[in-house]
Design a protein around this ligand. Structure first.
Ligand code: FES
Length: 120
């Protein structure tokens, strides 16, 4: 590998590291929970509420994850532009309540690598 190409690859890896993306393909994707600053790895499809519960982090969920109570609300602290659309159930429940874009129902939000959420 020539010196110029090696330098370009090094810059790309550095940029990915700075963006919060997982550049080590052998590592599982992770979500970070604040303010406790705990990283939880996962595989497959899992909601933020399920991931927190699997890792003994308490998020209230009065309706059992059915998107009707809003007690599982979290604040998203990263990747705001990459958040998946709210589910239809989440939209219906939050309609007229004035929730900010970064306020999401953890029972409806699918975990993805690099996501950082703040527990209430
Ligand atoms: S657990 Fe009730 S809205 Fe998410």
């Amino acid at each position: 590998m020539n010196k110029n190409l090696r330098h370009k690859l090094k810059n790309i890896v550095f940029a990915h590291q700075q963006s919060g993306y997982n550049t080590d393909m052998t590592q599982k994707p992770k979500v970070t929970f604040l303010p406790v600053n705990i990283e939880c790895s996962f595989s497959g499809q899992v909601t933020v509420l399920e991931l927190a519960t699997q890792n003994n982090l308490l998020i209230n969920s009065s309706c059992g994850g059915n998107a009707t109570c809003t007690t599982c609300r979290v604040f998203v602290e990263s990747h705001l532009s990459q958040l998946p659309e709210r589910t239809e159930q989440e939209k219906e429940t939050l309609e007229g309540r004035g929730f900010a874009d970064k306020e999401r129902l953890s029972c409806q939000l699918q975990a993805f690598d690099g996501l950082v959420v703040r527990l209430l």
